[in-house]
Design a protein around this ligand. Structure first.
Ligand code: ADP
Length: 923
């Protein structure tokens, strides 16, 4: 090529070398084309051809003589017509590019110029066929380059969302330029294995070969190696039949290399590059391919990169974390914007001095961080540390940051970077958990409980963990309890339980048992062992978690309770007293043997029996009333109860009840102890009776007078009647009057006798309600006449409102008679000494809402104060032997007490004053 240009220049008279075409633009021609300097034509002044050199003839395929007067135009292609307008004179100094027609239809490209030869002209020609060819090739190459540039620009400049559509448009552009029926760009699958059509173009006339998104499998990879092998780097133009890529069509494909491997394929369907675009070399094709695939891959990578950055930003935002990097020199640190925000720095301040950064850290953690940081910076020791931010408000929860750092070396560059993560949540939870854990540990350590874990290994369970409470509790260390040693600490009697426990734990997954375990000092502890087997997802045992509770005290206490219960049971069973428990509606829950004996059944038959069955209606009512009065504050009550037992007349029991109450204060059960008092009661009744008889005996004098009086009246009446009868002056009226008087006296005597008979009777068993005034009147009936006869003044007070008391009217009368007779005795003995003495006895009734008092007072001088306390003792008397019995007051005391009342004595101004206090019965 340079050679040809040189010639041209020489011929053209140019001395300066023409500009060489850019070597990269025009392909190098391997050999210079032959120069034909002897091509010429003779022309006349009109431009008609007069001769043709031999060489030119051969080139043009002209044989024979030159046709006379044929114009030059006759030899040329029509396209050259313009060049040869006019006459040769006009062409002088011009370069003439002339295309000659060849007989075979081919064209001979020449460049020539005219020279004057006398009057004729010589047209010298040079074959520029090869030059033309090169120029056209260069042109198409340039076109190709332009196209490549356009493609790249379009793809590079479009909006990312339109990238695929624009790629398809560019494929169409490319296809139309080189008449490609089907064209597609395949990129690697997102996962990296296989290929997928990214965009494609299909001419309307061509069959549809591909679709967007179509998978091509990995067959293209097999080409990869061949291709790379064929030409190290650069451009294979492979003409292939690749079923997976082209079906049955003939295809041509271009790889796009990046970083040493193929990243994209440009696929040409129904296309033979060599035939259909011969002007394009490998390099052009590769350029086109690179122009399209390069920016797409770049933009895709860029998008991936941007997404990653966005994700990182979101992640940093969400976690309150971010990267940091020590800037070269190590004096400054750069922080991710999110991190700067977390640290409370203005967003624009992402670079700050290392010291300023350290100042943000809590003083307690600052030195440690500083030291780790310098280790990282100076020695490359990777850093991980958890630090608190400096806290300006001590009330706030601390902000904890996890700081990690490492050194990154790439080539000569050494960077120190890492990240900071806000771990306050975790750290605070961790601290709380640790505190809770410590509390729990402390609790366990100080409690009589040991928590243990048993590892499971092929059916055996071996301790792998004991809580710290093991040693304080049992003295053993964890090591002393492993490797099967535990078994030997188990009490020999409990070993069966121990082995059974393991089997049950494995079989049923849970176990609870008690056994004795020896501590290091040799004493045994009762342990309550509760364990549970933990299984994995597949149901296979993994480990067992259990708890030992030292129940020695509890077990021993239970044992003691059991023993004591046994003792009490024996006590209750063997007690001569009746012991029972019953509900508030008198149903027995339990009764011991003595009770059963009384009720003539066995103890086993007692539960369910109603105690009320043995009471009279009054007794039952009184009993229930008493039970009703029990309260948690005063749960005790004692009474003498009377029962009608089978085969017995009456039984009197001294009965002590104790109420058992629930938390709500409701009476739920009564425990009672009873003692048979029948004998004592009977004796006392006999005593009462004897005392009563004694009273009667003492009253005999009075009574005699009482009966004597009517007898005297009657005798007088009879004597008088008889006298009248003997005088014969008997009148009916007189007789009637006397007889009536006698009748009245008979009735009076009968009343006295009758009252005495009633008084002398044994008292009723049951207490009754009665008006105490009845007893007062009965007493006065019996004693008034006798007292009068002895000259004792009886002063009876007014009765108040009539009320009722509970007891026996005859017994109260007996008490009153006793008191009056005692008073009379004291008065008479005083009058024996003093004839002028005027004795009196006052009987008063006093009362308030609840109590009625009967007061008997005399003026007999009272009782020696030293004897006051003793006068209620049985058999205490100051009277001569044979006169006093010493029973009167003691029996009276008992009677009043039986009635729920009280008999008391005091010395009044002139004599003794006895007071009977009786509770008024509420009717
Ligand atoms: P008795 O009358 O058989 O001696 P009591 O038990 O009735 O037995 O009385 C006991 C004693 O109390 C009497 O012996 C007497 O000394 C004393 N006593 C009782 N009542 C009076 C009274 N009104 N005044 C003085 N002494 C009395």
């Amino acid at each position: 090529m340079p050679l040809k240009n040189e010639i041209l220049n020489r011929w053209l008279g140019r001395t300066d070398a023409p500009a060489e075409p850019a070597p990269q633009r025009l392909p190098q021609v391997s050999e210079p084309a032959p120069v034909s300097a002897d091509w010429n034509m003779q022309l006349d002044e009109e431009g008609r051809v007069t001769g043709i050199s031999k060489a030119l003839r051969t080139a043009l395929g002209v044989s024979g003589a030159v046709t006379p007067a044929q114009r030059l135009l006759g030899y040329l292609m029509p396209s050259s017509a313009l060049v040869v307008e006019g006459t040769p004179q006009d062409w002088l100094g011009h370069m003439l590019d002339l295309d000659f027609r060849r007989p075979n239809g081919q064209v001979l490209h020449t460049r020539g110029w005219v020279q004057a030869q006398g009057s004729d002209w010589l047209l010298q020609l040079l074959d520029i066929g090869d030059l033309m060819e090169q120029a056209s090739a260069a042109q198409s190459r340039q076109q190709c380059l332009r196209l490549a540039g356009q493609l790249a620009e379009k793809v590079r400049g479009c909006h990312l969302e339109r990238l695929q559509a624009v790629t398809a448009e560019q494929l169409e552009e490319l296809a139309q330029n080189y008449r490609v029926p089907c064209l597609a760009l395949a990129l690697a699958e997102p996962g990296g294995v296989g290929w997928r059509i990214y965009a494609h173009y299909n001419a309307q006339t061509a069959p549809q070969l591909w679709q967007d998104g179509q998978r091509l499998g990995t067959d293209l990879d097999s080409l990869n190696s061949t291709v790379t092998h064929q030409i190290d780097f650069g451009a294979p133009v492979a003409q292939v039949h690749l079923q997976s890529a082209f079906g049955n069509a003939e295809g041509f494909l271009l790889p796009h290399h990046k970083e040493g491997s193929i990243k994209a394929w440009l696929l040409f369907g129904f296309y033979n590059a060599a035939h259909q675009a011969p002007e394009l070399g490998d390099r052009e094709w590769m350029n086109l391919c690179a122009a399209l695939a390069g920016p797409i891959l770049y933009r895709q990578a860029d998008q991936v990169h941007r997404h990653q950055l966005e994700r990182l930003a979101v992640l940093q935002d969400l976690l309150g974390t971010g990267w940091w990097e020590l800037l070269p020199g190590g004096e400054d640190i750069q922080l991710a914007p999110q991190l700067a925000r977390t640290l409370g720095l203005p967003e624009t301040r992402d670079v700050l001095a290392l010291d300023a950064w350290l100042q943000l850290i809590h003083p307690a953690d600052r030195h440690e961080l500083e030291s780790r940081l310098s280790l990282l910076r100076d020695h490359g020791t990777a850093m991980l540390s958890c630090v608190r931010l400096r806290q300006d408000d001590p009330g706030q929860a601390p902000v904890w940051l996890r700081i990690q750092g490492q050194v990154l070396v790439s080539g000569q560059v050494r960077r120190v970077l890492g990240f900071m993560l806000d771990v306050s949540d975790i750290k605070n939870q961790e601290i709380q958990a640790a505190a809770a854990h410590a509390r729990l540990d402390n609790l366990i350590a100080s409690s009589p409980a040991v928590i243990y874990v048993l590892g499971y290994d092929h059916g055996s369970l071996e301790p792998t963990f004991f809580s710290a409470s093991l040693t304080p509790l049992l003295g053993w260390t964890q090591a002393e309890c492993s490797d099967g040693q535990l078994t030997q600490y188990i009490h020999p009697d409990d070993r069966d339980i121990w082995f059974q426990r393991t089997r049950q734990l494995l079989r049923e997954g849970v176990v609870s048992c008690r056994y004795r375990l020896r501590d290091k000092k040799g004493s045994y502890h009762w342990l309550l062992d509760e364990a549970r087997l933990l299984r994995d997802d597949l149901g296979m045992p993994v480990e067992a978690v259990g708890l030992w509770l030292d129940v020695t005290d509890a077990t021993q206490a239970t044992e003691r309770v059991r023993e004591s219960e046994e003792r009490y049971r024996i006590l209750v069973e063997d007690s001569p007293a009746m012991i029972c428990r019953y509900t508030p509606d008198l149903i027995l829950n339990f009764g011991n043997r003595p009770l059963a004996d009384y009720l003539e059944c066995t103890p086993a038959q007692l539960p369910g029996v109603n105690l009320g069955e043995w009471f009279s209606a009054e007794q039952k009512e009184a009993f229930l009333r008493r039970i009703d009065d029990l309260t948690p504050e005063s749960p005790m009550s004692t009474a003498e109860i009377c029962l009608e037992l089978p085969g017995r007349e009456h039984a009197w029991w001294i009965w002590a009840d104790r109420g058992v109450f629930n938390d709500a204060g409701e009476l739920i059960e009564i425990q009672a102890v009873g003692r048979d008092n029948t004998e004592i009661r009977r004796t006392r009744m006999q005593l009462n009776q004897s005392a009563k008889m004694a009273t009667l005996g003492e009253m005999a004098t009075g009574l005699a007078h009482e009966i004597n009086q009517p007898l005297n009246v009657m005798r007088m009446a009879v004597v008088n009647v008889l006298k009248r009868l003997s005088n014969g002056e008997v009148e009916i009226d007189y007789l009637t009057d006397k007889l009536n008087r006698i009748d009245a006296q008979v009735q009076r005597a009968a009343r006295v006798v009758n009252h005495m008979r009633v008084f002398g009777r044994r008292s009723e068993i049951e207490q009754q309600l009665f008006d105490p005034i009845e007893a007062v009147e009965g007493t006065l009936n019996m004693l008034t006449e006798g007292m009068k006869g002895k000259g004792v003044d009886l002063r009876v007070g007014e009765y108040g409102e009539r009320v009722q008391v509970r007891g026996h009217v005859d017994q109260l009368e007996q008490v009153l008679i006793n008191l009056m007779v005692n008073a009379r005795d004291a008065l008479l003995s005083k009058r024996d000494k003093d004839r002028d003495f005027e004795p009196w006895i006052a009987l008063r009734v006093e009362q308030d809402d609840q109590t009625l008092w009967l007061v008997v007072e005399d003026n007999g001088g009272g009782i020696d104060p030293r004897l006051l306390e003793r006068i209620f003792e049985p058999f205490f008397t100051t009277k001569p032997v044979g006169v006093g019995t010493g029973l009167g007051l003691s029996v009276s005391y008992g009677i009043v007490e039986q009635m729920g009342g009280r008999l008391s004595v005091s010395n009044a101004s002139e004599g003794a004053c006895f007071r009977i206090a009786l509770p008024i019965a509420l009717v």
